[in-house]
Design a protein around this ligand. Structure first.
Ligand code: KIV
Length: 264
């Protein structure tokens, strides 16, 4: 088992080795991921993949705390990041109260906050109060209703510059790392070069300091839609359906349980 990452080890990885982050929402999957991933993100994407909601906006702090506890239990050797859900970091005071709840009720190492320039003072306030913050700029899923859809950034000069300014502001405010999502590869590279902290990309090209994927996407378990940036490493849904169909068939045919499954 590799040694648990720290903010120092993650930051010194920049330019030296690529960082791997994956989401997890429960102890079981987290325990399977901890060996290979440098960081586990308890993303508010769980509201969609775990709860079946159409977007992330209705995720609650209580939900995030519950799942973060599970992930920390399953992967005690992992650096765990808890995503702050929509509506829980709108003022510095509220953000600190809620971040303290996460730190007191889970063993998360850091929180993640979506937002750029406008969130920089709030991030500074959290960092000054001993909360490790990962930023999240570019396409921000919590803005889906405000922006009227999921919009790739960096295709025009204005959005390119805005994301770059956001990234620099969040880094200067003291975030230890940054997720950049849904941007052109040129913007992914520009953000990575503009800040000294590690930049973890998702749909941001190949030149960021690391990558993050939602586990149910990369394991082929979530079939509702597949974004272009997702690579499917397993035909998970197919494998699960086949296994459960075989189990059902064997129960109905009387082939399960067999002798070896019966107490003597
Ligand atoms: O909620 C999530 O899973 C995320 C990743 C997509 C970065 O924020």
């Amino acid at each position: 088992m590799a040694k648990k990452e720290t903010i120092g080890s993650l930051q010194s990885a920049k330019g030296e080795r690529k960082l791997v982050m994956i989401t997890a929402y429960d102890a079981l999957f987290a325990s399977l991921f901890q060996e290979s991933a440098d960081m586990i993100l308890v993303g508010d994407s769980l509201n969609m993949t775990f709860l079946g909601e159409p977007d992330t906006l209705s995720a609650t702090l209580e939900q995030m705390i519950y799942h973060t506890r599970a992930v920390c239990n399953g992967a005690p050797e992992s650096f765990v990041v808890c995503d702050m859900p929509f509506g829980t970091t709108h003022s510095p005071h509220q953000a600190l109260d809620n971040a303290v709840k996460v730190f007191r009720q889970t063993r998360a190492d850091a929180i993640k906050i979506e937002g750029g320039l406008e969130r920089a003072p709030l991030i500074r306030h959290l960092v000054d109060n001993a909360i490790a913050v990962m930023g999240h700029v570019g396409l921000m899923p919590q803005s889906v209703r405000g922006e009227g859809g999921y919009k790739i950034k960096g295709r025009d000069e204005k959005s390119f510059q805005k994301v770059l300014d956001d990234a620099v502001a969040v880094a200067e405010a003291g975030a230890f790392a940054l997720v950049v999502e849904g941007v052109t590869p040129e913007l992914g590279r520009a953000v990575t070069e503009a800040v000294k902290i590690p930049v973890i990309g998702i749909g941001a090209g190949a030149d960021t300091d690391g990558q993050v994927l939602v586990f149910s996407d990369m394991l082929g378990l979530f079939e509702a839609f597949k974004p272009k940036f997702v690579k499917t490493y397993l035909r998970g849904a197919e494998a699960v359906r086949e296994a459960v169909a075989r189990y059902a068939r064997e129960v109905r045919e009387g082939a399960f349980p067999a002798e070896e499954h019966i107490y003597k």
